[in-house]
Design a protein around this ligand. Structure first.
Ligand code: 13P
Length: 348
């Protein structure tokens, strides 16, 4: 089999998902600051070490997305984190974008940068053993937003990044994130996400990206975080699956959701609802053309980070918290997650 397709399929292995632990230095430090953890390179190394050495993580996680700093660091025993993960059977990925910057002429909108020199960076990462990559575009919903320009420039950049990844032998994860911020209804998120996905796949097509060798990392379809109307698990599952079925070609290797700031347990419950979903309009996830999984950052890590709190004396409870979330999310992929599993020890 084509090695890129084999990597994409290994990332989408049944019952497993991805651990996004690729926060930039600034984002990681912000999360540390909320817990009064010192924002040092060594603290970030010790925290990431705790994540990648969690015993048995590979049972639930097929790949981990790292930030460049982590990729260059070693664990206490002198092995690189790439070696630690590879030995555990977890594929190593890298965040390649250099962040979302203000879009000229479009107040409150951003375009993701990082294409300059990307071919050379990809060659270095490929030589280090990195097998896949991620690039995140962000789109905000507001009155009149996102603009057509913002959607187009981000879709174009995502496709340029994806084509370069495939040229270098890495599987691209294409992440167009429609943000949860705002008071919009679920229907508005559906409309915007559908438009964004159509434009992204148009650009991927125009630029010759091989769909079998890429993974889409979308947002779930949700109402805005300030919206007063609650949405049920079934509404989220229905809206998300129908939008994806209408917008994502069947050849795509898989879909791995971001969590986007949802509470960890709710993100799991929604993923589970998608795997249980049955309706006249939308087939259950099992009948979809692509596998669905998680590629969560906060919804996997936040309880572990809070448990660690900067103190390696808490390493074991932090790893237990990470493994618990990973196990719950793996259960969601079978449609067997239920809130009772959150009770301490229920899944141990
Ligand atoms: P969240 O799951 O916290 O949204 O992070 C996923 C991610 O990779 C963001 O780019």
């Amino acid at each position: 089999m084509n090695p890129l397709i084999a990597t994409a399929q290994a990332l989408m292995a049944p019952g497993k998902g991805l651990l996004a632990m690729d926060e930039s230095i600034g984002t990681c430090n912000r999360r540390f600051a909320e817990l009064a953890i010192a924002p040092t390179e060594e603290a970030r190394r010790r925290y990431r070490q705790l994540l990648v050495t969690a015993p048995g993580l590979a049972e639930f996680v097929s790949g981990a997305i790292l930030f460049d700093e982590t990729l260059q660091q070693n664990s206490d025993d002198g092995r690189s984190f790439i070696e630690v993960l590879s030995t555990a059977g977890i594929l190593v990925g890298i965040k390649l974008d250099r962040g979302a910057k203000a879009l000229a002429g479009h107040p409150d909108e951003r375009v993701t940068e990082g294409l300059d020199g990307l071919r050379e960076r990809l060659q270095r990462y490929a030589a280090q053993g990195v097998r896949f990559a991620k690039w995140r575009a962000v789109l905000s919903i507001d009155s009149g937003l996102p603009s057509r320009a913002c959607i187009q420039v981000n879709a174009h950049a995502l496709a340029r990044y994806a084509a370069l990844c495939q040229e270098a032998g890495l599987v691209p994860i294409v992440e167009p994130e429609v943000l949860m911020a705002g008071g919009h209804a679920l229907a508005r998120c559906s409309e915007v996400t559908a438009e964004v996905l159509h434009q992204v796949f148009e650009q991927l097509h125009q630029q010759g990206v091989v769909l079998e060798s890429m993974i889409l990392k979308p947002n779930m379809l949700l109402s805005g975080e300030d919206c007063a109307t609650p949405v049920s698990l079934d509404e989220v599952a229905e809206a998300t699956l129908s939008c994806l079925r209408r917008s994502v070609p069947a050849a795509v290797a898989g879909i791995a959701f971001l969590s986007g700031g949802q509470p960890a347990e709710l993100a799991t419950a929604r993923l589970n609802a998608m795997h249980l979903h049955k309706s006249a309009l939308v087939a259950p996830a099992a009948a979809l053309p692509w596998p669905l999984t998680f590629s969560f950052g906060r919804a996997l890590q936040q309880p572990a980070l809070a448990a660690w709190a900067g103190d390696d004396g808490n390493r074991v409870i932090a790893q237990t918290a990470l493994l618990h979330r990973a196990r719950c999310n793996a259960a969601a992929l079978r449609g067997t997650y239920r809130p009772a599993l959150e009770t301490a020890g229920a899944l141990a």
